[in-house]
Ligand binder design. Structure first.
Ligand SMILES: NC(=O)c1ccc[n+]([C@@H]2O[C@H](COP(=O)([O-])OP(=O)(O)OC[C@H]3O[C@@H](n4cnc5c(N)ncnc54)[C@H](OP(=O)(O)O)[C@@H]3O)[C@@H](O)[C@H]2O)c1
Length: 187
């Protein structure tokens, strides 16, 4: 196993990463820059733009520099989010970013076939994304969000990883978005 630290907003970093990696099988993009929830009337456009540099343009640069190195049978998997289809107030930019990822998936699946391109659409996942929230408050928030699911819980990262393994392994799945949201979109 090897780890390399790159800034996903810098195309030169990404180009150097894939130059170093060479040929490979599966690209999974999870760098987080989804715009923070904020009312549109007060939106900090520069901050939102910086977020999308990671969340959307980092994907574009990664695919650009990865695609010629993906072996036959390989895949690309992106990350959208439940806000693409069920935004909350203040979440319009998050919805726009996630929906852009889902559109990108369909366009890339057509353009890059037979490389398969899909996305995972997570609901709430217990990750370091929430570490800045004090523990008691965070657990109360997860409990409240769990009530908004059909499964009665928020997701663990392992459940997202399982979705990625499925997308890598099923040779008949491309151009699709796999929701891993505890059925919350139905509640
Ligand atoms: N967690 C959820 O509830 C949830 C729900 C829906 C969708 N999602 C989506 O799922 C994906 C993963 O989220 P997560 O929960 O794992 O977020 P996270 O815990 O905040 O982790 C985000 C990762 O992105 C990396 N990153 C941030 N800026 C970067 C940059 N400029 N270049 C390279 N890497 C950068 C971070 O690296 P460092 O640690 O080095 O900063 C970190 O490893 C994101 O697209 C997020 O929007 C998450």
């Amino acid at each position: 196993m090897d780890a390399v630290r790159v800034d996903a907003t810098r195309e030169s970093d990404i180009a150097a990463l894939f130059e170093r990696v060479g040929e490979f099988d599966h690209l999974v993009y999870t760098a987080n820059g989804a715009p923070r929830p904020q009312p549109i009337a007060g939106v900090d456009i520069d901050q939102a733009r910086r977020g999308l540099d990671v969340y959307l343009w980092g994907v574009v640069a990664s695919v650009k520099h990865a695609v010629t190195r993906i072996r036959a049978g390989g895949t690309i998997a992106l990350t959208s989010g439940m806000m693409a289809v069920r935004p909350t107030p203040g979440g319009a930019l998050g919805a726009a970013g996630a929906a852009a990822i889902e559109g990108l998936v369909r366009g890339l699946a057509v353009e890059l076939a037979p490389v398969r391109v899909n996305a995972v659409r997570p609901g709430t996942v217990r990750t370091p994304m929430y570490d800045a929230i004090p523990e008691a408050q965070r657990e109360a928030m997860f409990a409240q969000l769990a009530e908004g699911t059909l499964t009665g819980r928020v997701s663990e990262p392992e459940q997202i990883a399982a979705a990625h393994l499925y997308l890598m392994g099923n040779p008949y799945v491309t151009g699709t978005v796999l929701a891993v949201d505890g059925g919350s979109v139905l509640k």
